[in-house]
Design a protein around this ligand. Structure first.
Ligand SMILES: C[S@@+](CC[C@H](N)C(=O)[O-])C[C@H]1O[C@@H](n2cnc3c(N)ncnc32)[C@H](O)[C@@H]1O
Length: 294
């Protein structure tokens, strides 16, 4: 990386990335994703960048403050804060599943290791059944910022299914690849693919396969970060899917139900783009089921 006319060498960059990822909740992020945020931070903070050029010690307080600031930025960008149960628990459960532990109870425990999927556990089956009455049984699904959601596939009643899952968390993607192989072995009509994709580079979605449905569950805050809704809109428009299902929490952080959970901006966006939509409401989450093709 060039700072003025000098180069911050690769060894230093790698050690910064490794130090930034030492926090449990950030450990699964891809190196390239962390590198991009680090460079953005250093481009904005010249003093910190110059300091790193001349004082490499990772023990200095200014080095530590760069690590801290980039971690804070990563938590905001990704929505990743402290997880209830970490990746270690997930690895253990996945290994048990692959070795033949009872399928549904183990999948349920896996889904419980992340807040979003844990909350959905009581209504996953109902969600997919209601969803597919609107969309028809999908043959191809794209799940963007998927987190652990693909572990809920056993709750879907579906025919032959191709499932494409994307996230920036490399560890989760690796687990999903194993899970998809396991699902395929049990049911060859299922084919799954998981990959790392940063949705902030949403233009790449145009190269994606055509799908019947795209899931964008609890991603709008992560994508828009309080700055309008341009990124979410770009993702919805770019993804080559007939239907896009966008979900929002309807409980506040303190667990109270929101007075006005409907999101006016998404309804106005649909009107403007001539997209039809349906709404599904569950205990703690609402789903806009958006039909893009007319
Ligand atoms: C609130 S969780 C939602 C997970 C899943 N969609 C669900 O509702 O069960 C946010 C997810 O977005 C992922 N994420 C955050 N920033 C992202 C980005 N720029 N591109 C792709 N995924 C991202 C995180 O790794 C995390 O898995």
């Amino acid at each position: 990386m060039l700072i003025g006319k000098q180069v911050l060498d690769e060894k230093k960059i790698r050690s910064l990335i490794a130090d930034i990822k030492k926090k449990k909740e950030l450990g699964e992020l891809g190196d390239d994703f962390v590198r991009e945020r680090l460079f953005k931070y250093l481009q904005k903070n010249h003093k910190a960048a110059k300091f790193l050029l001349h004082t490499p010690s990772s023990k200095s307080s200014r080095y530590k403050s760069v690590v801290k600031a980039v971690r804070a930025e990563l938590r905001t960008v990704t929505g990743l804060f402290q997880l209830e149960k970490g990746p270690a628990e997930r690895q253990k459960l996945l290994a048990q599943l692959l070795k033949g532990a009872p399928a549904l109870p183990t999948v349920a425990k896996l889904l419980q290791t992340h807040a979003s999927t844990k909350e959905r556990l009581p209504f996953y089956q109902e969600l997919y059944s209601k969803l597919f009455t609107h969309t028809g049984l999908p043959q191809t699904v794209i799940d963007l910022g998927c987190g652990l959601n693909p572990f809920s596939i056993p709750y879907m009643t579906a025919g032959p299914l191709k499932y494409y899952a994307y996230d920036i968390a490399e560890g989760e993607i690796a687990s999903l690849k194993k899970f998809f192989r396991w699902l395929h072995a049990r049911n060859p009509a299922f084919v799954g693919s998981a990959g790392v994709l940063d949705l902030l580079h949403w233009a790449k979605l145009k190269e994606s396969v055509d799908a019947d449905i795209c899931f964008l569950f609890k991603m709008t805050d992560v994508l828009d970060r309080g700055k309008g809704h341009k990124v979410t809109e770009a993702v919805i428009k770019s993804v080559p899917a007939q239907w896009v299902v966008v979900s929002f929490p309807i409980l506040t952080m303190s667990g109270k139900r929101m007075n006005h959970p409907r999101r006016q901006w998404i309804e106005l966006m649909c009107q403007r783009l001539f997209y039809k939509f349906y709404i599904l409401v569950f205990n703690n989450e609402m789903f806009y089921v958006i039909r893009k093709s007319r």
